[in-house]
Ligand binder design. Structure first.
Ligand code: SAM
Length: 307
């Protein structure tokens, strides 16, 4: 049976960070099962709008079946394409806040046939958008050993990346690599698990990030947010691993840090130094939340306001 349960992470903190305006226009870039979207709608007035994106059609279908709110507009698309749609709607520069709750949802992880889980046997797919691109199995079949090793190292910080890639290619000489447990077992022969961490955690994370172009999507969308957001518009972004968080941190720092101005510049030129964002800092999930929802352990919320 398909599970639709997803417990929203840092729910109060991430919505509070949007500093909602009653009749504002907001974007939930990662609808999932709509926990955050519902929280935002509950706090907005009748004339507000919430535009929600998800590249997973099962999230959008779930939303259509369970949400009946004229203020909510659902879009099945990777969020990196949102700026063109926002432009078509005439909303560039009018968005009061963008929420991004990155990564995968519990239904994606828990439904074995999606191929994200190293604990459940399923086809090695890992695509959030199953209508586009290569599955993990297809990519692993066509990629060379060095490319696989580089992906596992770069996106998973996995020191044994070369060894894992070599085992994958040896396995494929004997039989096709097609399932999650086949991959999990190959990795487990090479990597020792740590405490509560499965040996294949980093490898699965790396391949998932690569297959879904997660870092490229994030980088492009952050850049586009400069144009999309209205004055005082907020960015509220929850990430779940250090590679992702580094991208958000660097983007906010780069766009909010006031550079030292050369001495003696006239006031007119100093105005040109105005930065696009104000950095409003980072937060972690509370101890209480971590106790009740272990997914929140690694969550980092970063917040910025458009100047
Ligand atoms: C952590 S879940 C969001 C959960 C949601 N906040 C809730 O409370 O139910 C992340 C969701 O974002 C979607 N997603 C991730 N990257 C995406 C992207 N680049 N474009 C569109 N959707 C994306 C995933 O398909 C998944 O459904």
């Amino acid at each position: 049976m398909t599970s639709n349960h997803h417990q929203s992470v840092m729910f109060d903190e991430s919505i509070k960070a949007l500093d909602l305006i009653e009749d504002g226009i907001y974007i939930d870039a990662t609808f999932g099962r709509g926990g955050h979207s519902q929280g935002i709608l509950d706090r907005l007035g009748d004339n507000a709008q919430l535009i929600a994106f998800d590249q997973d059609i099962s999230a959008i279908n779930y939303a259509k079946e369970t949400f009946d709110d004229p203020r909510l507009k659902l879009i099945h698309s990777p969020f990196a394409q949102m700026h063109t749609m926002i432009e078509d709607m005439g909303l560039t520069g009018k968005i009061n806040g963008i929420l991004m709750d990155l990564g995968v949802s519990s239904p994606q992880l828990d439904n074995a046939e999606r191929g994200f889980s190293f604990n459940n046997e399923g086809p090695l797919d890992m695509r959030m958008n199953q209508t586009a691109g290569l599955s993990a199995a297809q990519w692993l079949a066509q990629a060379g050993e060095e490319e696989i090793a580089n992906v596992i190292y770069q996106f998973g910080d996995e020191k044994k990346s070369r060894h894992i890639a070599s085992r994958i290619k040896k396995f494929q000489l004997e039989q096709p690599l097609e399932t999650t447990l086949q991959l999990a077992n190959i990795v487990s022969e090479v990597v020792r698990g740590q405490k509560k961490k499965h040996p294949a955690t980093r490898t699965f994370q790396a391949i998932r990030i690569f297959i879904n172009e997660e870092l490229k999507q994030l980088t492009e969308t952050l850049e586009q947010s400069k144009q999309m957001l209205a004055c005082n518009g907020r960015l509220s972004i929850i990430s779940f691993h250090s590679i992702e968080d580094r991208i958000v941190k660097r983007f906010i720092q780069k766009n909010s840090r006031q550079k030292a101005l050369p001495k003696g510049l006239p006031i007119f030129d100093q105005a040109l130094e105005k930065m696009p964002f104000k950095d409003l800092g980072k937060q972690f999930a509370s101890k209480d939340e971590v106790t009740h929802n272990k997914r929140s352990r690694s969550a980092i919320l970063r917040v910025a306001a458009k100047n």
